[in-house]
Design a protein around this ligand. Sequence first.
Ligand code: LMR
Length: 400
Amino acid sequence: MWKNIQPAPPDSILGLTEQFKKDQNPAKVNLGVGVYKDNNGNTPILEVVKKAEQTLLTSQTTKSYLPISGDPAYGKAVQKLVFGKDSDVLKSVRAVTVHAPGGTGALKVGADLLKKFKPQARVWVSSPTWANHNGIFGDAGFKIDTYSYYNPESKGLDFDEMLTDLGKVPAGDIVVLHACCHNPSGVDLDQAGWDEVVRVADRQGWIPFLDFAYQGFGDGVEEDRYAVECFGASGMDFLVASSFSKNFGLYNERTGALTIICPSAEEAAVAMSHLKVVIRTNYSNPPAHGGLTATIILDDPELYEQWLAELAAMRDRIRAMRSGLVQGLANCGVEGDFSFIERQRGMFSFSGLSDEVVQWLRAEKGIYMVGGGRINLAGLTTDNIDYVCKSIAEAMQSVS
Ligand code: LMR
Protein backbone atom coordinates (compact mmCIF):
# COMPACT_ATOMS: atom_id res chain seq x y z
CA MET A 1 0.00 0.00 0.00
CA TRP A 2 2.79 2.43 0.81
CA LYS A 3 5.32 1.37 -1.85
CA ASN A 4 4.75 4.30 -4.18
CA ILE A 5 4.00 6.89 -1.56
CA GLN A 6 6.54 9.55 -0.65
CA PRO A 7 7.16 9.90 3.09
CA ALA A 8 5.79 13.03 4.72
CA PRO A 9 8.37 15.53 5.97
CA PRO A 10 9.07 15.50 9.72
CA ASP A 11 7.10 17.99 11.81
CA SER A 12 8.92 21.33 11.87
CA ILE A 13 8.82 21.48 15.69
CA LEU A 14 8.26 18.00 17.15
CA GLY A 15 10.45 16.44 14.42
CA LEU A 16 13.29 18.60 15.69
CA THR A 17 13.07 16.96 19.12
CA GLU A 18 13.42 13.52 17.48
CA GLN A 19 16.50 14.74 15.65
CA PHE A 20 17.86 16.31 18.84
CA LYS A 21 17.54 13.05 20.78
CA LYS A 22 19.66 11.25 18.19
CA ASP A 23 22.38 13.92 18.18
CA GLN A 24 25.60 12.55 19.79
CA ASN A 25 27.08 16.00 20.54
CA PRO A 26 27.53 16.11 24.36
CA ALA A 27 27.13 19.90 24.33
CA LYS A 28 23.82 19.83 22.42
CA VAL A 29 21.09 22.32 23.41
CA ASN A 30 17.42 22.09 22.48
CA LEU A 31 15.95 25.55 21.92
CA GLY A 32 13.21 24.13 19.68
CA VAL A 33 9.95 22.81 21.07
CA GLY A 34 7.97 25.07 23.41
CA VAL A 35 8.46 23.12 26.61
CA TYR A 36 9.57 24.76 29.85
CA LYS A 37 12.88 23.63 31.34
CA ASP A 38 14.39 24.53 34.69
CA ASN A 39 17.96 25.69 35.15
CA ASN A 40 19.10 22.04 35.16
CA GLY A 41 17.54 21.49 31.77
CA ASN A 42 14.69 19.35 33.13
CA THR A 43 10.97 19.76 32.54
CA PRO A 44 9.77 19.35 36.10
CA ILE A 45 6.39 18.24 37.40
CA LEU A 46 5.13 21.23 39.41
CA GLU A 47 5.02 20.61 43.17
CA VAL A 48 1.41 21.68 43.22
CA VAL A 49 0.59 19.15 40.49
CA LYS A 50 2.25 16.38 42.54
CA LYS A 51 0.10 17.36 45.53
CA ALA A 52 -3.11 17.39 43.51
CA GLU A 53 -2.23 14.05 41.94
CA GLN A 54 -1.83 12.53 45.41
CA THR A 55 -5.28 13.80 46.33
CA LEU A 56 -6.67 12.43 43.11
CA LEU A 57 -5.08 9.01 43.62
CA THR A 58 -6.59 8.60 47.05
CA SER A 59 -10.03 10.02 46.24
CA GLN A 60 -10.67 8.67 42.74
CA THR A 61 -13.13 5.78 42.69
CA THR A 62 -13.58 5.04 38.99
CA LYS A 63 -11.99 5.18 35.58
CA SER A 64 -15.32 5.15 33.82
CA TYR A 65 -15.86 7.48 30.83
CA LEU A 66 -16.14 11.19 31.32
CA PRO A 67 -19.02 12.98 29.59
CA ILE A 68 -18.33 13.82 25.92
CA SER A 69 -17.57 17.41 26.90
CA GLY A 70 -15.42 16.41 29.90
CA ASP A 71 -15.98 16.89 33.61
CA PRO A 72 -18.38 19.85 34.10
CA ALA A 73 -16.30 21.07 37.07
CA TYR A 74 -13.31 21.30 34.71
CA GLY A 75 -15.29 23.42 32.27
CA LYS A 76 -16.26 25.80 35.06
CA ALA A 77 -12.70 26.03 36.38
CA VAL A 78 -11.39 26.75 32.88
CA GLN A 79 -13.92 29.53 32.37
CA LYS A 80 -13.00 31.17 35.68
CA LEU A 81 -9.34 31.14 34.77
CA VAL A 82 -9.75 32.23 31.17
CA PHE A 83 -12.32 35.02 31.72
CA GLY A 84 -11.90 35.86 35.43
CA LYS A 85 -14.41 34.73 38.04
CA ASP A 86 -16.47 37.94 37.91
CA SER A 87 -16.79 38.05 34.15
CA ASP A 88 -20.19 38.70 32.65
CA VAL A 89 -19.49 35.84 30.25
CA LEU A 90 -19.78 33.44 33.21
CA LYS A 91 -22.76 35.14 34.81
CA SER A 92 -24.77 35.19 31.61
CA VAL A 93 -23.87 31.56 30.77
CA ARG A 94 -22.95 32.68 27.27
CA ALA A 95 -19.97 30.35 27.11
CA VAL A 96 -19.68 26.58 26.84
CA THR A 97 -16.44 24.71 27.43
CA VAL A 98 -15.30 21.24 26.51
CA HIS A 99 -12.18 19.47 27.69
CA ALA A 100 -10.10 18.87 24.55
CA PRO A 101 -6.85 16.89 24.27
CA GLY A 102 -4.45 19.81 24.58
CA GLY A 103 -4.57 23.21 22.92
CA THR A 104 -3.99 21.48 19.59
CA GLY A 105 -7.03 19.26 20.18
CA ALA A 106 -9.08 22.32 21.05
CA LEU A 107 -8.09 24.04 17.82
CA LYS A 108 -8.89 20.93 15.82
CA VAL A 109 -12.31 20.42 17.42
CA GLY A 110 -13.05 24.08 16.78
CA ALA A 111 -11.82 23.85 13.19
CA ASP A 112 -13.98 20.79 12.47
CA LEU A 113 -17.03 22.46 14.00
CA LEU A 114 -16.51 25.66 12.03
CA LYS A 115 -16.03 23.72 8.81
CA LYS A 116 -19.48 22.19 9.27
CA PHE A 117 -21.23 25.53 9.65
CA LYS A 118 -18.94 27.88 7.73
CA PRO A 119 -17.78 25.65 4.87
CA GLN A 120 -16.96 28.57 2.57
CA ALA A 121 -15.05 30.60 5.13
CA ARG A 122 -11.36 31.36 4.87
CA VAL A 123 -9.10 31.17 7.89
CA TRP A 124 -6.72 34.09 8.46
CA VAL A 125 -3.55 33.53 10.45
CA SER A 126 -0.85 36.00 11.48
CA SER A 127 2.31 36.27 9.41
CA PRO A 128 4.14 34.40 10.82
CA THR A 129 2.21 31.96 12.98
CA TRP A 130 2.67 28.64 14.77
CA ALA A 131 3.26 26.17 11.91
CA ASN A 132 0.56 23.83 13.17
CA HIS A 133 -2.17 26.46 12.69
CA ASN A 134 -1.71 25.95 8.97
CA GLY A 135 -1.72 22.20 9.44
CA ILE A 136 -4.83 22.07 11.61
CA PHE A 137 -7.02 24.47 9.63
CA GLY A 138 -5.67 23.24 6.31
CA ASP A 139 -6.45 19.62 7.16
CA ALA A 140 -9.91 20.64 8.32
CA GLY A 141 -10.43 21.74 4.72
CA PHE A 142 -10.06 25.51 5.01
CA LYS A 143 -8.26 27.82 2.63
CA ILE A 144 -5.75 29.82 4.65
CA ASP A 145 -4.67 33.42 4.21
CA THR A 146 -2.37 35.63 6.26
CA TYR A 147 -2.66 39.06 7.86
CA SER A 148 0.36 41.25 8.59
CA TYR A 149 1.77 40.95 12.08
CA TYR A 150 5.51 40.88 12.64
CA ASN A 151 7.89 43.40 11.15
CA PRO A 152 11.37 41.86 10.71
CA GLU A 153 12.95 45.32 10.36
CA SER A 154 11.66 46.76 13.61
CA LYS A 155 11.48 43.33 15.29
CA GLY A 156 8.12 44.53 16.54
CA LEU A 157 4.49 44.59 15.61
CA ASP A 158 3.25 45.88 12.25
CA PHE A 159 0.12 47.19 13.90
CA ASP A 160 -1.11 49.54 11.16
CA GLU A 161 -0.68 46.89 8.50
CA MET A 162 -2.37 44.36 10.73
CA LEU A 163 -5.40 46.60 11.22
CA THR A 164 -5.59 47.35 7.52
CA ASP A 165 -5.54 43.65 6.69
CA LEU A 166 -8.07 42.71 9.36
CA GLY A 167 -10.26 45.55 8.15
CA LYS A 168 -10.55 43.77 4.80
CA VAL A 169 -11.46 40.33 6.15
CA PRO A 170 -15.04 39.63 5.10
CA ALA A 171 -17.89 38.74 7.47
CA GLY A 172 -18.03 35.06 8.36
CA ASP A 173 -14.32 34.40 7.79
CA ILE A 174 -12.31 33.15 10.73
CA VAL A 175 -9.34 35.03 12.20
CA VAL A 176 -6.89 33.16 14.43
CA LEU A 177 -5.37 35.48 17.03
CA HIS A 178 -2.73 34.73 19.66
CA ALA A 179 -4.25 36.04 22.90
CA CYS A 180 -0.81 36.49 24.50
CA CYS A 181 2.82 35.42 24.06
CA HIS A 182 2.64 35.24 20.27
CA ASN A 183 4.13 32.05 18.89
CA PRO A 184 6.68 32.27 17.25
CA SER A 185 7.55 35.97 17.55
CA GLY A 186 7.02 36.81 21.24
CA VAL A 187 5.56 40.14 20.04
CA ASP A 188 2.17 41.02 21.53
CA LEU A 189 -0.44 43.74 21.12
CA ASP A 190 -0.87 46.23 23.94
CA GLN A 191 -4.29 46.84 25.49
CA ALA A 192 -5.14 49.74 23.18
CA GLY A 193 -4.22 47.48 20.28
CA TRP A 194 -6.66 44.80 21.39
CA ASP A 195 -9.41 47.41 21.83
CA GLU A 196 -8.89 48.37 18.19
CA VAL A 197 -8.87 44.77 16.94
CA VAL A 198 -12.12 44.03 18.77
CA ARG A 199 -13.69 47.10 17.15
CA VAL A 200 -12.59 45.93 13.71
CA ALA A 201 -13.92 42.40 14.35
CA ASP A 202 -17.25 43.81 15.46
CA ARG A 203 -17.50 46.12 12.47
CA GLN A 204 -16.45 43.50 9.92
CA GLY A 205 -18.29 40.54 11.43
CA TRP A 206 -15.48 38.02 11.17
CA ILE A 207 -15.17 35.26 13.75
CA PRO A 208 -12.25 35.53 16.17
CA PHE A 209 -10.61 32.27 17.21
CA LEU A 210 -8.22 32.99 20.07
CA ASP A 211 -5.32 30.66 20.70
CA PHE A 212 -4.58 31.06 24.41
CA ALA A 213 -1.88 28.49 25.12
CA TYR A 214 0.46 30.59 27.26
CA GLN A 215 -1.69 32.27 29.92
CA GLY A 216 0.62 33.38 32.72
CA PHE A 217 3.83 33.36 30.68
CA GLY A 218 3.52 37.01 29.63
CA ASP A 219 2.89 39.25 32.63
CA GLY A 220 0.62 37.09 34.77
CA VAL A 221 -2.60 35.10 34.67
CA GLU A 222 -4.85 38.18 34.96
CA GLU A 223 -2.81 40.55 32.82
CA ASP A 224 -2.54 38.00 30.02
CA ARG A 225 -6.29 37.59 29.64
CA TYR A 226 -6.94 41.13 28.41
CA ALA A 227 -7.72 40.08 24.82
CA VAL A 228 -10.16 37.42 26.00
CA GLU A 229 -11.87 39.89 28.33
CA CYS A 230 -12.19 42.45 25.56
CA PHE A 231 -13.81 40.03 23.14
CA GLY A 232 -15.97 38.72 25.99
CA ALA A 233 -17.26 42.20 26.78
CA SER A 234 -18.10 42.86 23.12
CA GLY A 235 -20.92 40.29 23.11
CA MET A 236 -19.86 38.82 19.77
CA ASP A 237 -19.42 35.17 18.82
CA PHE A 238 -15.88 33.86 19.27
CA LEU A 239 -13.86 30.81 20.26
CA VAL A 240 -10.97 30.27 22.65
CA ALA A 241 -8.57 27.33 22.58
CA SER A 242 -6.74 27.19 25.90
CA SER A 243 -4.22 24.78 27.34
CA PHE A 244 -2.69 23.63 30.62
CA SER A 245 0.32 22.11 28.86
CA LYS A 246 2.60 25.04 29.58
CA ASN A 247 1.23 26.82 32.64
CA PHE A 248 0.59 23.61 34.59
CA GLY A 249 3.35 21.63 32.87
CA LEU A 250 0.76 18.99 31.96
CA TYR A 251 2.15 18.49 28.45
CA ASN A 252 1.63 14.76 28.08
CA GLU A 253 -1.72 14.70 29.87
CA ARG A 254 -3.27 16.52 26.90
CA THR A 255 -5.24 18.95 29.02
CA GLY A 256 -6.77 21.70 26.94
CA ALA A 257 -10.16 23.27 26.45
CA LEU A 258 -12.29 24.75 23.72
CA THR A 259 -14.68 27.48 24.80
CA ILE A 260 -17.33 28.89 22.52
CA ILE A 261 -18.73 32.27 23.49
CA CYS A 262 -22.04 33.43 22.05
CA PRO A 263 -24.31 36.47 22.33
CA SER A 264 -26.84 34.44 24.37
CA ALA A 265 -27.10 31.36 26.59
CA GLU A 266 -29.56 29.76 24.14
CA GLU A 267 -27.07 29.98 21.29
CA ALA A 268 -24.30 28.65 23.53
CA ALA A 269 -26.39 25.55 24.28
CA VAL A 270 -26.86 24.94 20.55
CA ALA A 271 -23.11 25.29 20.01
CA MET A 272 -22.48 22.74 22.76
CA SER A 273 -24.82 20.21 21.20
CA HIS A 274 -22.86 20.36 17.94
CA LEU A 275 -19.52 20.34 19.70
CA LYS A 276 -20.49 17.04 21.28
CA VAL A 277 -21.15 15.52 17.86
CA VAL A 278 -17.72 16.61 16.61
CA ILE A 279 -16.03 15.11 19.68
CA ARG A 280 -18.06 11.90 19.74
CA THR A 281 -17.15 11.08 16.16
CA ASN A 282 -13.51 11.90 16.75
CA TYR A 283 -12.24 10.69 20.15
CA SER A 284 -15.57 10.15 21.91
CA ASN A 285 -14.63 11.76 25.21
CA PRO A 286 -11.47 13.25 26.70
CA PRO A 287 -8.73 11.74 28.88
CA ALA A 288 -9.42 12.40 32.56
CA HIS A 289 -6.24 12.64 34.61
CA GLY A 290 -4.93 16.08 33.61
CA GLY A 291 -8.31 17.77 33.79
CA LEU A 292 -9.15 16.32 37.18
CA THR A 293 -5.72 17.37 38.46
CA ALA A 294 -6.05 20.92 37.16
CA THR A 295 -9.54 21.23 38.63
CA ILE A 296 -8.32 20.25 42.11
CA ILE A 297 -5.74 23.03 41.94
CA LEU A 298 -7.99 25.68 40.44
CA ASP A 299 -10.77 25.01 42.98
CA ASP A 300 -8.56 25.12 46.08
CA PRO A 301 -7.47 28.64 47.14
CA GLU A 302 -4.25 27.43 48.76
CA LEU A 303 -3.19 25.24 45.87
CA TYR A 304 -4.16 28.01 43.45
CA GLU A 305 -1.78 30.43 45.22
CA GLN A 306 0.98 27.83 45.14
CA TRP A 307 0.40 27.33 41.44
CA LEU A 308 0.60 31.09 40.79
CA ALA A 309 3.93 31.18 42.62
CA GLU A 310 5.35 28.26 40.63
CA LEU A 311 4.13 29.83 37.41
CA ALA A 312 5.74 33.15 38.35
CA ALA A 313 9.03 31.33 38.96
CA MET A 314 8.90 29.85 35.44
CA ARG A 315 8.10 33.25 33.96
CA ASP A 316 10.90 34.95 35.90
CA ARG A 317 13.47 32.37 34.87
CA ILE A 318 12.59 32.86 31.21
CA ARG A 319 12.88 36.62 31.65
CA ALA A 320 16.30 36.23 33.26
CA MET A 321 17.39 34.13 30.28
CA ARG A 322 16.20 36.87 27.91
CA SER A 323 18.47 39.38 29.66
CA GLY A 324 21.27 36.83 29.84
CA LEU A 325 21.09 36.21 26.12
CA VAL A 326 21.16 39.91 25.23
CA GLN A 327 24.11 40.46 27.55
CA GLY A 328 25.88 37.30 26.41
CA LEU A 329 25.61 38.18 22.71
CA ALA A 330 27.01 41.67 23.42
CA ASN A 331 29.89 40.16 25.44
CA CYS A 332 30.72 37.84 22.54
CA GLY A 333 30.88 40.82 20.20
CA VAL A 334 27.88 39.84 18.10
CA GLU A 335 27.04 42.91 16.07
CA GLY A 336 23.59 44.40 16.17
CA ASP A 337 21.02 45.47 18.72
CA PHE A 338 19.41 42.43 20.35
CA SER A 339 17.54 44.39 23.02
CA PHE A 340 14.27 43.41 21.31
CA ILE A 341 14.67 39.96 22.90
CA GLU A 342 13.95 41.53 26.29
CA ARG A 343 10.82 43.22 24.98
CA GLN A 344 9.32 40.01 23.61
CA ARG A 345 7.13 37.95 25.89
CA GLY A 346 6.38 34.35 26.64
CA MET A 347 8.57 31.39 25.88
CA PHE A 348 9.79 32.42 22.48
CA SER A 349 11.95 34.91 20.74
CA PHE A 350 12.20 35.44 17.05
CA SER A 351 15.95 35.83 17.18
CA GLY A 352 16.40 37.38 13.75
CA LEU A 353 18.97 34.66 12.93
CA SER A 354 18.88 33.53 9.32
CA ASP A 355 17.97 29.99 8.28
CA GLU A 356 21.62 29.46 7.25
CA VAL A 357 22.78 30.37 10.75
CA VAL A 358 20.09 28.11 12.26
CA GLN A 359 21.27 25.20 10.07
CA TRP A 360 24.92 25.85 10.87
CA LEU A 361 24.26 25.90 14.63
CA ARG A 362 22.39 22.61 14.39
CA ALA A 363 25.04 20.85 12.29
CA GLU A 364 28.17 22.26 13.92
CA LYS A 365 27.17 22.89 17.51
CA GLY A 366 24.16 20.70 18.22
CA ILE A 367 22.05 23.80 18.97
CA TYR A 368 18.49 23.28 17.78
CA MET A 369 16.18 26.18 16.89
CA VAL A 370 13.03 26.15 14.80
CA GLY A 371 13.42 27.32 11.18
CA GLY A 372 12.91 31.07 10.97
CA GLY A 373 15.10 31.50 14.04
CA ARG A 374 12.55 30.90 16.82
CA ILE A 375 14.31 30.30 20.13
CA ASN A 376 12.70 28.74 23.18
CA LEU A 377 14.31 30.83 25.91
CA ALA A 378 13.46 28.16 28.50
CA GLY A 379 16.01 25.87 26.84
CA LEU A 380 18.78 28.20 28.02
CA THR A 381 20.42 27.58 31.40
CA THR A 382 23.22 29.33 33.27
CA ASP A 383 25.41 26.38 32.20
CA ASN A 384 24.72 26.46 28.46
CA ILE A 385 24.09 30.16 27.76
CA ASP A 386 27.78 31.01 27.20
CA TYR A 387 28.14 28.11 24.78
CA VAL A 388 25.05 29.27 22.90
CA CYS A 389 26.21 32.89 22.71
CA LYS A 390 29.73 31.96 21.58
CA SER A 391 28.31 29.57 19.01
CA ILE A 392 25.98 32.24 17.62
CA ALA A 393 28.97 34.62 17.35
CA GLU A 394 30.94 31.94 15.49
CA ALA A 395 27.99 31.12 13.25
CA MET A 396 27.56 34.76 12.24
CA GLN A 397 31.25 34.87 11.24
CA SER A 398 31.20 31.53 9.43
CA VAL A 399 27.98 31.85 7.49
CA SER A 400 27.94 35.47 6.32
C1 LMR B 1 5.59 24.81 20.23
O1 LMR B 1 5.21 25.71 19.48
O2 LMR B 1 6.76 24.44 20.27
C2 LMR B 1 4.61 24.14 21.15
O3 LMR B 1 3.36 24.72 21.02
C3 LMR B 1 4.59 22.67 21.01
C4 LMR B 1 3.95 22.21 19.76
O4 LMR B 1 3.03 21.40 19.84
O5 LMR B 1 4.36 22.64 18.67
